[in-house]
Ligand binder design. Structure first.
Ligand code: ADP
Ligand code: ASP
Ligand code: MG
Length: 438
């Protein structure tokens, strides 16, 4: 069985939903994961924001506007009046729930998570109803019955596997299309939660791994993983094939087309992941598997909002136990480190979450002189960079010859070289790398 995921733009209008339907209805049984319609999750974040700020009037305005938009989609999507009535009844439940939050005095994180879940619940209900209207054997496979994260916010794979198979076993066996929600899940306390923004890709790979799918397809608005970020660089090109580890590095270091951690479940079960374009279904896209193209530099990505922390301590660095104390400080404050470089006198690390920065810096000051630089970007170059493949470092460094580089890292894996530059130099660095490398 294949798992196909369609992102927000792919289900962003009635026309797009109809196109998804024609893409998925080929007689083969499949699981289809859907995101919320494009813009919806941002709108839900906005509603929650107004409620945190105790401004129910503005929250209501946003809800009303969103409801009108959905009503127009319903009108265009279905041809029978009774299906339109049914769809409006389903959507009313979700909009009534949103409005209920505007009447409460307290608004908690727990409430926000319920609000954020409504987008995927609505898009899946709408597409499922459309498929049924056109005579396809489609059923809803509710993600909240099987998708779960544990106390550390990590997917609970054993639970997901057991429960998705249980859910599938009670649905009619002649079902052609199982429609499920991306992004949403339950947490260890059985509350509604989510897999973080962009998490529908993660849902697809977790499901793919749980049902041992033959392939996971991520359908989006571009023809696969490009060799550079198309939002910043012109004339980027799709990459035909990537190794799981190359794709994982690109996703983690900012290639928005994939959720940062969604490759791992597919890699562990060795399930190929194909990135495809809903707007151009015939395009080849990108195939992610165990195959590597030898000696090829494949792509560049950039991760924003990075903070660099340097700890200088000539006296202590070489003493055993120094680095472990430094790392322990980050661990205590549940802050993960992205990049590390060392010298005889100091160590530099980067973090992308500076929620506990003040506490971390305070503690590190007991070990040495600490400097902090904000607004940095990690530029990550990915490909087959086995140390035997001489020459790739020179090419990359040459591309960055006019850009001030704060940190350089290679050797953590055979798939990436990373650089830390100022945010202001990001575009120039990406463009220069494209020019020199591709
Ligand atoms: P979806 O809503 O389908 O999940 P996303 O917006 O999350 O789609 O991801 C697709 C977008 O990722 C593309 O439109 C593109 O702008 C952006 N993107 C960033 N880096 C890359 C890259 N290296 N290759 C392709 N797309 C990229
Ligand atoms: N709808 C969610 C978001 O916009 C999840 C996703 O689209 O992957 O982040
Ligand atoms: Mg996405």
């Amino acid at each position: 069985m294949k798992v196909l995921k369609f992102g927000g733009t792919s289900v962003g209008s009635a026309t797009r939903m109809k196109e998804v339907a024609s893409l998925i209805c080929d007689g083969d049984q499949k699981i289809v994961v859907l995101s919320a319609m494009s813009g919806t999750t941002n709108t839900l974040v906005e509603i929650a924001d107004y409620l945190y700020k105790k401004n129910p009037v503005s929250a209501n305005e946003v809800i009303n506007k969103m409801e009108q938009k959905y009503a127009a989609v319903v009108d265009e999507l279905y041809s029978k009046d009774e299906t339109k009535v049914e769809a409006n009844n389903i959507l009313k439940v979700h909009f009534d729930l949103l409005r209920k939050f505007t009447q409460n005095n307290v608004f908690l994180l727990f409430d926000e998570k319920i609000i954020l879940a409504q987008g995927e619940l609505m898009s899946t209900a709408m597409v499922n109803l459309y498929l049924q209207e056109i005579g396809i054997k489609s059923v809803l496979l509710p993600a909240l019955d099987f998708m779960r994260i544990d106390k550390n916010n990590e997917p609970d794979l054993a639970y997901i596997r057991t429960n998705i198979n249980k859910s599938l076993s009670v649905l009619p066996s002649d079902t052609e299309i199982y429609i499920t929600q991306g992004y949403i899940c339950r947490n260890a306390y059985n509350e509604i939660d989510n897999l973080q923004r962009g998490g529908s890709d993660y849902t697809a790979s977790l499901i793919g791994a749980a049902v041992k799918a033959s392939e996971i397809q991520i359908w989006t608005d571009i023809d696969g993983m490009h060799n550079n970020d198309p939002r910043f660089v012109e004339n980027t090109k799709p990459v035909a094939t990537l190794h799981f580890d190359e794709a994982a590095e690109l996703a983690y270091f900012g290639a928005k087309i994939l959720h940062p951690t969604c490759i791992l479940p597919a890699k562990l079960e060795n399930i190929p992941v194909r990135l495809l374009n809903t707007m151009d279904p015939q395009a080849q896209g990108t195939l992610i598997s165990t195959k590597i193209t030898p000696k090829k530099i494949e792509a560049v990505a950039a991760k924003d909002n990075i903070t660099a922390i340097k700890i200088k301590s000539g006296r202590m660095l070489l003493a055993h136990g120094f680095l472990s104390k430094v790392f322990e400080c980050f661990a205590t404050h549940k802050t993960s480190i992205d990049m590390i470089t060392t010298s005889e006198v100091g160590v530099s690390v980067t973090i992308d979450n500076d929620k506990h920065l003040d506490e971390i810096v305070n503690e590190l000051k007991t070990f040495g002189t600490v400097t902090v630089e904000k607004d940095m970007v990690i530029i990550c170059v990915v490909g087959d960079m086995d140390s035997e493949n001489v020459g790739f470092q020179a090419k990359i460094v040459n591309a960055l010859k006019d850009i001030p580089v704060r940190m350089i890292s290679y050797g953590g894996s055979n798939y990436n070289v990373s650089f830390l530059v100022k945010a202001a130099d990001k575009k120039r660095a990406l463009e220069s790398l494209s020019k020199e490398l591709f």
